[in-house]
Design a protein around this ligand. Structure first.
Ligand code: TNX
Length: 540
């Protein structure tokens, strides 16, 4: 457990850090003095926003109370429920609460009952079943702050809400002095169970530390599914012990000819655990039978002509396919699904299945059905892009919609649940405008408003709220090289998608959203996030 984030971050943030008034906090003995002075002083810093002024996604209901609750270095954080999970959530909250040098964070987090009533309490309350598995209540009065939830996920989301009520600077400097929060009562739960983002780590590779940073950002917006697109024509990104050339050769390329890269199984397992701690389930995707050039280059026997393909570093799609008529292909699929499934506690395995232009419809369907049998034999529920709906699907198989003109007819006829990723609304690799230098434009420009202002229940004829699991925003990386590039395309649009997935449709208004979102730019700056300063948002 890490209780000690401390006020000083990496040197790359030093410039920003040191432009702030509390600069001395980062420079030894002087720092202590400043901190002590601050903590001894009377309140109060910022947080004068209306209670839901800056919260994204918008909570289900917010009621303003009277008075204020002041959080300072002497505020204790107590938790009930006793589990290691809840203790970790309390420690996570402690990272965002003002601190001073004399009060180490670890001494401020304690099980309830250890001392007199704490000013901040995280309480697991199984009786709150009406909030669902992810909901929470937050009560802020002059006497204290209490978050209650039927499960730990709800407590984690309550902490994200509190974090957004505190000033942005708390993200990088913890010695801000006392902060006042307006008295508020919040009740909150999500509209959809599936609130996802997808990272394409194949076209360009993102290392584990970068993926963790992205996970941190997802957590701030209460997103709970991270879909990792682990293989494509340009690169294979996860170690498979029974087929080592997949990474030795297939992992050595990227769009434009970069060095590529891959996750060892240990690194992948570590990412899965890091995400799980933040209530995010990793969904691994191995794209097949198309988008497989990296595999076809690694093993000759996956090609019908028995000849390995050259590595591919361009951006075309649809030209590659595993040989669907040879048994070595199905041994390969079985080994890959088995090894990855063993490392993935979540119940899903995504087989891709998109854009196969070199197979007949019956050969494609036969392949998908066989892959489905393999995925199920390893205890996983299959997911595929919307093309798979043409095959015979098991009722638990999930169809992910991406093509703006696709219909849901086949999926609905087969009783499949749907994940909505309409390219013309939530593809984060689409340019914001003609002036955006990164990204693609085949599905049109995707403004922040475009990503925000749509109703998932009205997207596809015949697909009602009940058949929709939720929304996922893919970030394809043909044109994205560094984490800065990914962040620029993801923010602010991912926050808009998160609200579309979490908040009730009847409460969502663009004008209200853009005003709330305006406060987030400062937080992203404090976190070192490279976001797009869209003109649609009145940044503050
Ligand atoms: C379509 S979406 C693809 C990807 C590309 C993306 C670029 C999908 C299932 N296939 O292979 O990267 O467009 O926007």
């Amino acid at each position: 457990m890490n209780f000690t984030r401390g006020g000083c971050k990496t040197s790359s943030r030093m410039a920003l850090l040191c432009s702030l008034a509390t600069v001395q906090a980062c420079s030894g003995p002087a720092a202590m003095r400043v901190v002590e002075e601050t903590s001894a002083a009377e309140p109060v810093g910022v947080a004068a926003e209306p209670p839901d002024g800056g919260i994204v996604p918008l909570p289900l209901s917010t009621r303003a109370g009277s008075g204020r609750f002041t959080i300072g270095p002497d505020t204790e954080i107590q938790f009930t429920g006793g589990s290691a999970e809840v203790a970790w959530i309390a420690a996570h909250l402690a990272e965002f609460v003002p601190v001073d040098a004399a009060t180490p964070r670890s001494t401020r987090v304690m099980p309830a009952g250890t001392r007199a009533a704490g000013a901040i309490t995280l309480a697991l309350d199984p009786a709150l079943t009406s909030l669902g598995t992810e909901g929470y209540q937050l009560s802020i009065t002059p006497d204290g702050l209490t978050a209650s939830a039927p499960g730990p996920a709800g407590l984690f989301y309550a902490v994200q809400t509190v974090r957004q009520m505190l000033p942005a600077d708390i993200e990088q400097i913890s010695s801000l002095g006392r902060q006042a929060l307006a008295a508020t009562a919040i009740e909150d739960r999500p509209r959809f169970v599936w609130r996802g983002a997808m990272l394409d780590v194949s076209r360009h590779f993102l290392g584990p530390a970068d993926v963790k940073r992205f996970i941190d950002m997802m957590a701030l917006y209460k997103l709970n599914r991270l879909h990792l697109h682990l293989s494509d024509d340009q690169g294979w990104r996860i170690e498979i012990k029974s087929w080592p050339n997949l990474t030795a050769r297939g992992g050595s390329s990227a769009v434009g000819g970069g060095p590529g890269g891959f996750y060892t199984q240990a690194q992948y397992a570590d990412l899965v655990a890091y995400a799980a701690q933040r209530f995010i389930t990793v969904v691994p995707e191995i794209d097949m039978p198309g988008h497989t050039n990296a595999a076809l280059a690694s093993y000759a026997e996956l090609n019908c002509d028995g000849r390995a393909r050259p590595l591919y570093t361009g951006m075309r799609v649809g030209f590659s396919s595993l040989c669907t008529t040879t048994e070595s292909t199905y041994r390969f699929v079985d080994d890959v699904v088995r090894e990855i499934s063993a490392l993935t506690p979540g119940p899903w395995f995504h087989i891709g299945g998109d854009e196969v232009k070199t197979l007949s419809a019956p050969s494609y369907a036969a392949f998908v059905e066989r892959a489905q049998t393999i995925v199920r034999s390893h205890g996983k529920q299959m997911i595929g892009w919307d093309e798979i709906a043409g095959a015979a699907l098991h009722p638990t198989t999930i169809v992910q919609y991406w093509r703006p003109n696709a219909t849901a007819r086949d999926a609905i006829r087969q009783g499949s649940s749907l994940i909505l990723s309409p390219a013309n609304k939530v593809y984060l690799d689409m340019k914001y405008s003609p002036a955006t230098s990164l990204g693609l434009r085949w599905a049109g420009y995707v403004t922040v408003r475009t990503a925000y202002e749509w109703d998932p229940a009205r997207l596809l004829a015949g697909a009602s709220e009940a058949s929709i699991l939720g929304i996922e925003a893919p970030l394809w990386s043909e044109t994205l090289v560094t984490l800065d590039d990914y962040e620029y395309m993801a923010f602010p649009r991912l926050a808009a998608v998160a609200e579309a997935a979490w908040s009730p449709q009847s409460e969502r208004r663009w004008e209200d959203f853009r005003a709330r979102l305006a406060t987030h730019g400062a937080r992203w700056s404090a976190m070192g996030i490279n976001y797009y300063r869209s003109e649609e948002i009145p940044w503050r």
